[in-house]
Ligand binder design. Structure first.
Ligand SMILES: [Zn+2]
Length: 85
């Protein structure tokens, strides 16, 4: 008797895994694949650097004229050096 294996639709596992991620641990973690922004002072993951409020928009993600901040690409945060000066 041949019983065909039940096929799991693509994405089923992906969705499950993503939903089980620890939300607290992922919030402030710098993703290895995080793209750089024009205002970043260092690539994500660089030792001695970390996320900081965008100096151009103050963390709002918008320029003074209401357009998307080009320094942080609207995220309001950039990767900046820590402990430097
Ligand atoms: Zn900005």
């Amino acid at each position: 008797m041949n019983v065909p294996d039940q096929q799991v639709p693509p994405g089923a596992f992906t969705a499950s895994v993503a939903g089980e991620e620890d939300p607290g641990a992922a919030v402030d973690a710098v993703s290895p694949a995080a793209p750089m922004h024009p205002g970043d002072e260092a690539p994500p993951g660089t030792p001695g650097s970390g996320e900081a409020l965008c100096h151009a928009c103050g963390g709002t993600g918008r320029s003074e004229d209401g357009t998307t901040c080009l320094e942080c690409d609207g995220t309001g945060r950039i990767t900046a050096g820590i402990g430097g000066g």
